[in-house]
Design a protein around this ligand. Structure first.
Ligand code: NAP
Length: 289
């Protein structure tokens, strides 16, 4: 990669704590380089106690835009001038656009999953029946965006009843989609398989290094039309996805969500069509290290 920083270079970055493991600089700098844009993307370790000052720094130092990652996605909202309606419902922002000091927050994680579902999974969520396993931050983002995209109904299975209630209230209350909550039990989950078009694992079960774990899903009993998704991107094929693929079911891993959240942020910042295959290649090279 050739970098040539000068007085006009637009600066982008990511706020996280810690931030060492981020793949975003590789993705965005490869994309800037490919399109010949005078832009650079750098990681910023932002102590949670100093987040407000860091956001003020976006304005005072003229950063063009930043991504926001753990643990700042929810707390950052109070420092922004405007937040997209979806990000407001989700309660989390991962992308900030700076237009002359006016900061707008978006949630491109959620949009990224839906884009990956359509483009990589070949499935339009409109009219589909979705079951999500887990009700944490990623589950909340994904299901709210799916509800906005017109799914028919949602089933949420999680060991944490309060998380189910909070997510179900947002989805039925604001988006008028029927929601069923399930206890975290293999039989209860299996009983809903016939009504499931898209199954999504949004728990960390199966994530590196615990690759022999998986959620309590009897893969042999899933309906043949079910698309099985995992938000985990490391490993690229979790035990859940491997079992589903062995059964001949269609599968989708979390790499597309990671890729498209970056691609959508890139477009919001630059107004240019993102070079998605260059970004995918950079991401895959970074993941392989
Ligand atoms: P989170 O907020 O911690 O939520 C995880 C959910 O899984 C919670 O409902 C949690 O319940 C549940 N859970 C955790 N451990 C469990 C276990 N042993 N058994 C059953 N349920 C369990 O995490 P998150 O940020 O939503 O992330 C969830 C997954 O999505 C992670 O694997 C993450 O890597 C992935 N992700 C992928 C992308 C992407 O771009 N592809 C983006 C974001 C996240 P508790 O509250 O009880 O822990």
């Amino acid at each position: 990669m050739s970098l040539s920083i000068n007085g006009r270079t637009r600066v982008f970055g990511i706020f996280g704590w810690p931030v060492e493991h981020t793949f975003s600089p590789m993705m965005h700098n490869s994309a800037f380089n490919r399109l010949g844009l005078d832009c650079v993307y750098v990681p910023f370790p932002v102590d949670p106690d100093l987040l407000g000052k860091a956001v003020e720094g976006i304005r005072s130092m003229g950063l063009s835009g930043v991504n926001v990652t753990i643990p700042h996605k929810s707390t950052v909202i109070k420092y922004l001038d405007e937040v997209s309606p979806e990000a407001k419902l989700i309660g989390a922002v991962n992308t900030i656009v700076n237009k002359n000091g006016f900061l707008t927050g978006y949630n491109t994680d959620a949009m990224g999953f839906v884009k990956s579902l359509k483009l990589d999974g070949g499935s339009d969520p409109a009219g589909k029946r979705v079951m999500i396993l887990g009700a944490g931050g990623a589950a909340r983002a994904v299901t709210i965006q799916l509800a906005v995209s017109g799914i028919k109904e949602l089933t949420i299975a999680s060991p944490v009843a309060e998380e189910i209630t909070s997510l179900a209230e947002t989805i039925t209350g604001s988006l008028n989609i029927p929601v069923k909550g399930l206890i975290w039990d293999k039989q209860a989950i299996t009983d809903c398989f016939e009504e499931t078009d898209i199954l999504i694992n949004a728990t960390p079960l199966g994530m590196h290094p615990n690759t022999e774990e998986m959620p309590p899903v009897e893969v042999g009993l899933l309906a043949e039309h079910t698309l099985v998704c995992d938000l985990i991107y490391n490993p690229g094929e979790t035990l859940l996805l491997r079992k589903a693929a062995e059964r001949g079911l269609k599968t989708l891993n979390g790499i597309g969500m990671l890729l498209y959240q970056g691609a959508i942020a890139f477009e919001l910042w630059t107004g240019q069509e993102p070079p998605v295959e260059i970004m995918r290649d950079a991401l895959q090279r970074a993941l392989a290290k």
